[in-house]
Design a protein around this ligand. Structure first.
Ligand SMILES: [Zn+2]
Ligand SMILES: [Zn+2]
Length: 272
């Protein structure tokens, strides 16, 4: 019994390999007159699909995806008729689907209810997929129809540690991204600073209200630049209005960084 993951992986690999092969080949037609590709893209696709299935299922008794993952169709079930039917349905299903996606004046579009057929097929493959999840036998509708089950030619171990680790890291980083903006770093920093310095400074100082003297050389005590709209908090230091108000917004207990003076009001410096 082959595990469901391997069967599904093989199916996905097949689809990718087919897509890559067809896209690469269609690039060749870029240099030919454009009407070829415009009119016959579906037909070229079908021919390429025949080539692919011939070299995989007909010759090797397994699709390319199955070969990569070390599984194959059970040889006793894979008769020549079934191989031919498999090829036929693979090609026809893709052809009909590509035709229904790109309507043109073609004989196949004259078939009534082409879309209906495609929809029925899609519903059927969905039902088949649900059944596959339940009993893990036929990953595609075609394999169920031809009752082609698969066996493994070697053991495959699937490691989930990497995925678990990725999931954990993802969850953790999402938590950080959500919670970090909620932390007020400035306020935390000031609080820690205050805790460390509380004993040494506050005891031996008595605050005397002062008014700073403006001079050409005075700078803002926060940004150390020429103060813009100079304000003070009753110590001899000057702050830009923006600097001091933004600090107060972050931390209501913000003190003068130079002398640790605290005053709730922010007062404009009156220039003489
Ligand atoms: Zn400033
Ligand atoms: Zn000060």
């Amino acid at each position: 019994m082959v595990s469901r993951v391997t069967l599904l992986d093989a199916h996905v690999l097949d689809e990718h390999i087919t897509k890559i092969f067809i896209n690469q080949t269609l690039k060749v037609f870029k240099f030919l007159p454009s009407w070829i590709l415009n009119n016959f893209e579906s037909e070229i696709n079908a021919i390429l699909q025949i080539v692919l299935t011939y070299y995989s299922v007909a010759k090797m008794k397994a699709t390319f995806g199955q070969q990569l993952l070390g599984i194959r169709f059970k040889p006793d079930q894979l008769t020549d008729t079934k191989i031919a039917l498999f090829q036929f349905f693979m090609v026809v299903a893709n052809y009909v689907q590509s035709k229904s996606e790109r309507p043109s004046k073609n004989f196949i579009n004259n078939i009534n209810d082409l879309q209906l057929i495609v929809n029925i097929l899609k519903t059927a493959s969905f039902m088949n997929f649900l059944l596959f999840l339940h009993n893990g036998k036929y990953p595609t509708l075609l394999q169920r129809f031809l009752s082609l089950s698969q066996e493994s030619t070697r053991k495959r171990n699937i490691e989930y540690t990497f995925m678990t680790r990725e999931l954990l890291w993802h969850g953790f980083s999402e938590l950080l991204m959500f919670s970090l903006p909620l932390i007020n770093y400035q306020s935390v920093k000031h609080k820690i600073n205050r805790l460390i310095n509380s004993k040494s400074k506050h005891e031996d100082k008595k605050w005397v209200d002062k008014i700073p003297l403006m001079s050409a050389r005075i700078v803002c005590s926060i940004c150390h630049d020429k103060p813009v709209l100079p304000h003070h908090i009753k110590c001899s230091h000057v702050f830009c209005f923006y600097c001091i108000s933004s600090m107060r917004m972050v931390d209501e207990q913000f003190e003068c960084p130079e002398c640790d003076h605290f005053e709730k009001k922010i007062i404009p410096v009156i220039l003489n």
